[in-house]
Design a protein around this ligand. Structure first.
Ligand SMILES: Cc1cc2nc3c(=O)[nH]c(=O)nc-3n(C[C@H](O)[C@H](O)[C@H](O)COP(=O)(O)OP(=O)(O)OC[C@H]3O[C@@H](n4cnc5c(N)ncnc54)[C@H](O)[C@@H]3O)c2cc1C
Length: 381
């Protein structure tokens, strides 16, 4: 795949949808990006990581990361895309051939929207291994009871990946006893899942869900029972690399918007950008973004070569999320009052990009990984 052509094609599609103005209008209404999801499904960009044999584009992670980067670079929000892009990864890597044949082509075509990923729970927080939602095998079904919090895009999903406890953890392995299921939300008995939306700072449909005696066919267990936490961890590097690319895209949007603004606007008889106190923070954010982008590219290349890339994926996510937030602050300061005005898109992108310091993995946990696993310091989590 010619990466620069891919970038140009994604950019053109974003522009056809209306660019930043499209996302601004959705943000004002708290609406879901239906037209975006439709257009990106038709172009098969949402199936970028699904192999061609199952109806996807079969792109590398490096190429795929360019798609999400350009969505954000155009003033959009790839949050809708990234879930559909990587949530199916657990199924792809660990599902049986029958499961892959049953689900992947329909996900690739958009017939099945696999957006919801039920991992986090109210009481477990970032300590995923302490989740308590249970799945008890009874004959041909698992019966699930428990609560999930922050289950995003549930109302726009036809299927959900669910992490639940099928057995106890062991002293040697805190992740033991967890299993992953694919839940067909269209087949759920009425009343088995109660959904409570959580209003948040940005336009992101997210929910708390209460699950009561939900029956999942045993054939919907992915891989082996009790190994689900390993399967989820296995997808984390790809997720972190995609999030890093999204942050780079956000950051570039902010830096470009701020640079253009301060070059044009004159105060005290000269362009705002002629003042170093305005210009330097923007230049510094640009440098931070470029550095983060190099680590992201290194991580993606290692991933695509099948090499270990945990440290690089984590560092890319850390550096890119900090750099895009740095760009947001520089842009807000540069635009002054307009930094808070919806018309200029800076406040919206700032809200959206701030999420990535905390979720899907908090930077504290990234640092804990680097401190312990890479540098060998005592474990803190
Ligand atoms: C908008 C949004 C969408 C989300 N979508 C999804 C989704 O679709 N599916 C899903 O499963 N989850 C989702 N999440 C959950 C997200 O991944 C978690 O919010 C995040 O992992 C933090 O969990 P928590 O809020 O329970 O934090 P807590 O566990 O309560 O922790 C609070 C803070 O303390 C820090 N902390 C905790 N322990 C330590 C420690 N030992 N050392 C240092 N710092 C520590 C954490 O990093 C965090 O910043 C979403 C969250 C948000 C906000």
């Amino acid at each position: 795949m010619d990466r620069e052509q891919l970038r140009a094609d994604v950019r053109a599609l974003c522009e056809r949808l209306g660019g930043a103005a499209y996302w601004r209008a959705l943000d004002a209404q708290g609406a879901y990006p239906d037209a975006f999801a439709r257009a990106f499904t038709e172009a098969r960009y949402l199936a970028a990581l699904i192999p061609a044999g199952y109806g996807g584009l079969g792109l590398s992670l490096g190429d795929t990361s360019v798609i999400v980067e350009e969505i954000n670079h155009s003033g959009g929000n790839a949050g809708t895309a990234h879930a559909q892009l990587y949530t199916m990864g657990t199924l792809l890597r660990w599902g049986s051939e029958a499961q892959k044949r049953a689900w992947l082509p329909r996900i690739a075509s958009g017939e099945v929207r696999l957006q919801a990923f039920g991992v986090t729970e109210p009481d477990a927080g970032v300590d995923t291994t302490s989740i308590t939602t249970s799945a008890i095998r009874q004959g041909d079904v698992y019966v699930v009871n428990g609560r999930k919090r922050w289950t995003s895009r549930f109302a726009h999903s036809d299927a959900m990946l669910l992490l639940a406890r099928t057995g106890p953890a062991t002293p040697e392995d805190r992740g033991a006893g967890l299993s992953v299921f694919i839940v067909d939300l269209r087949a759920v008995r009425p009343g088995a899942i109660e959904v409570t939306p959580i209003p948040v700072w940005m336009n992101n449909e997210t929910n708390e869900i209460a699950i009561r005696d939900l029956e999942i066919p045993a054939e919907n267990l992915i891989g082996d029972e009790g190994r689900g936490f390993r399967y989820i961890i296995d997808g984390w590097n790809a997720e972190r690399i995609l999030i890093a690319a999204e942050c780079v895209g956000h950051g570039r949007f902010l830096v470009e918007r701020a640079s253009a603004y301060v070059t044009k606007r004159e105060i005290f008889g000269k362009p705002l950008g002629a003042n170093q106190s305005i210009q330097f923070p923007i230049a510094r954010a640009h440098a931070a973004l470029e550095a983060a982008d190099l680590v992201r590219k290194d991580a993606a290349d290692r991933f695509d070569r099948g090499e270990p890339c945990g440290p690089q994926a984590n560092m890319a996510k850390l550096l890119a999320s900090e750099a895009s937030w740095q760009a947001a602050n520089a842009a807000i300061d540069a635009l002054g009052g307009n930094g808070f005005a919806a018309d200029y898109d800076v406040e919206r992108i700032a809200r959206e990009t701030r999420l990535y310091i905390v979720a899907p993995i908090s930077n504290n946990l990234v640092l804990a990984f680097l401190g312990n696993k890479v540098l060998g310091m005592p474990r803190s989590t």
